[in-house]
Design a protein. Structure first.
Lengths: 301, 292
């Protein structure tokens, strides 16, 4: 493959797929119970980006989601609040007003989410509008088509200009790993995003399956670790899509702890993009405290 | 089947079957991997059975909940067809069930009679699926300008403590629950669990959607309390002559105000009635405004 100038300066290491899968399998076999489990569940809640990204989203639905973010479960007022609420740019203002003064960030997807197939000027305008409306975090998608065609310079430039348009807002770069195909491509895209200015790298849009599988996340975590060892810069990680149970979330936390260490077990550096995860975590917390298995009917949407 | 082994097998080490549990249309082992021995009356081991824990109860409830809406949405006629199909499959394997009952100490004549009665019981409830609604629903006289009517709806997810009667009691408790559109988690804790686990195999080959009936084997003191307390279980059918057991389960059941029905029978030969179905139904009354 011909290397474009922007990527010629770095080489991503090859990925041993079998090795990654074995490592993941071993990490999944850890048993986290009782107090440690409860602690992990609370941490998971504080790391959730409560997300709604549907064509049918309305102001009412976003306000309802924000109410949920402010109070996850009326019966348990001592729970931590989620890290952010993630919506489309058109609804950022609604979310911002609803969450004012709560410490919960508003994240907005932008750059023609989820496909990213729009002219760069439109993407940048979308980012600026989202930030103007009050978004604290911007989730952009990379141009997978260009990446797969080997045009890494285009993607690097694109990420850099979006970062500039973000201003103060944090930038999360969605790789959409389900479309990248191989773990090697995931690693390359992760390296590319981190070198181009990403504050977070994120697996998926949630619109395509497979999304945040454990091997993909492990490869991205290792890319973050290598970046940190090389530059001293701590990049955040956000798996999104397909993590719907508390058990999955705890497995991810184990993997983060083992790959990146304690520093990353923090909502500033690790997030879960999820819509249904919160309720399962709540269910498990109530079960853990009361000893009684819970019904989803007992938790708000 | 044990008593039909050829004589030449006397010096052969028998292959004991592990009777696995039936959850969500699959046959997994218990989550913990624990096993119990099923013994013949003379103490010789005849099979291995799974000893389930509360985690298996949890998984079974998840499977039953997932299946409930789809099962209730089937037409009553279709549920009848499927119950009839269970009867067909049970009839086809009557020899196996007679042998299992005989291995548990029932005489061959009694065993044959029990399998036949169990099969007929399935036919009875297969017939009722699309009829109990007509019999028990009503249009109610009211003094206001409303069209007022009551219909029956399934409770939802029914937890069943299976009776000691290994086949007839089991069938008589499950059939009315599923005939009315409920899904079930059945705890088999008696001294003869093998007919129940084998009945799971019958269900699996009878067009019954996975998760409609889930059969767990093990010990009552490990499984009943978590099932009775589980907030996603809507009703309990407790088949036990011991009032203490029913009472302790009822106390656990108050968390979400489950319907509790108790069946203390020892002999299940005549326990067959549409009221067995309606005991696991909820009455919904609608007030529909009409012009005066």
């Amino acid at each position: 493959m011909q290397m474009s100038p922007a990527t010629a300066s770095f080489e991503s290491p090859p990925i041993d797929t079998v090795g990654v899968e074995e490592r993941v399998a071993r990490l999944c076999s850890r048993s986290i119970k009782k107090d440690a489990k409860l602690q992990a569940l609370h941490l998971t809640l504080s790391m959730i980006d409560l997300t709604t990204l549907e064509g049918a989203d309305s102001e009412g639905k976003v306000r309802q989601l924000c109410a949920k973010a402010l109070q996850l479960h009326a019966a348990l007022p001592d729970l931590p609040h989620v890290a952010a609420v993630c919506v489309y740019p058109a609804l950022v203002g609604v979310a911002k007003r609803a969450l004012e003064g709560s410490g919960i960030n508003v994240a907005s997807v932008a750059t023609s989410f989820p496909a990213g197939q729009a002219p760069i000027e439109i993407k940048l305008l979308e980012v600026r509008k989202a930030v103007e409306a009050g978004a604290d975090e911007v989730d952009m998608v990379i141009s997978r088509g260009r990446c797969l065609a080997g045009d890494f310079a285009y993607s690097a430039d694109e990420i850099a200009s979006v970062k500039e348009a973000c201003g103060e807002a944090h930038l999360k770069v969605i790789l959409e790993t389900g479309e990248l195909g191989t773990l090697d491509a995931v690693r390359r895209a992760s390296d590319l995003a981190m070198r181009s200015g990403a504050d977070f790298i994120k697996t998926s849009t949630g619109k395509i399956k497979p999304a945040a599988t454990m091997p993909v996340v492990l490869v991205m975590l290792e890319a973050i670790r290598d970046h940190y060892l090389r530059t001293g810069e701590k990049i955040g990680m956000k798996p999104a899509g397909g993590i719907s149970t508390a058990k999955d979330a705890i497995r991810h936390l184990v993997m983060v702890r083992e790959t990146l260490g304690q520093d990353w077990l923090d909502p500033d550096l690790y997030r879960f993009g999820a819509s249904s995860l919160a309720n399962d975590v709540l269910r498990q917390i109530v079960k853990q405290r009361s000893g009684i298995y819970q019904s989803f009917d007992d938790f708000s949407l | 089947m044990s008593e039909q082994r050829p004589a030449a097998a006397a010096d052969r080490l028998p292959v004991l079957k592990t009777h696995k549990v039936y959850v969500g249309g699959k046959f997994p082992r218990s989550e913990s991997g624990r096993l119990d021995r099923a013994l013949a009356p003379d103490g010789t081991p005849i099979a291995n059975i799974c000893r389930c824990s509360r985690k298996d109860v949890r998984d079974a409830v998840t499977a039953a909940r997932a299946a409930q809406a789809g099962w209730a949405a089937r037409t009553a006629y279709n549920r009848g067809q499927i119950l009839y199909r269970i009867a067909e499959m049970l009839e086809g394997r009557s020899g196996q069930f007679e042998a299992l009952l005989a291995a548990g100490g029932t005489t061959p004549d009694q065993a044959a009679a029990e399998v036949q009665t169990a099969t007929d019981r399935l036919l009875h409830y297969a017939g009722w699926t699309d009829k109990f609604q007509q019999v028990f629903s009503s249009v109610n006289p009211v003094a206001t300008s409303h069209f007022n009517f009551s219909i029956l709806e399934p409770m939802g997810l029914v937890g069943v403590l299976a009776p000691e009667s290994p086949l007839l009691g089991l069938v008589s408790s499950i059939a009315p629950a599923i005939a009315g559109g409920n899904t079930t988690v059945v705890l088999v804790t008696g001294s003869q669990p093998l007919p129940a686990t084998t009945f799971g195999e019958v269900l699996n080959s009878s067009d019954v959607p996975g998760g409609v009936v889930n059969i767990l084997t093990g010990r009552r003191d490990e499984m009943l309390a978590p099932l009775a307390a589980h907030r996603d279980v809507d009703a309990l059918l407790l088949c036990s002559p011991d009032p203490g057991i029913a009472r302790s389960a009822e106390i656990e059941a108050v968390h979400n105000l489950k319907r509790v029905a108790v069946r203390p029978h020892d002999d299940w030969k005549n326990i067959q009635s549409p009221y067995e179905i309606t005991d696991l139904q909820e009455v919904k009354t609608t007030w529909h405004p009409i012009g005066s």
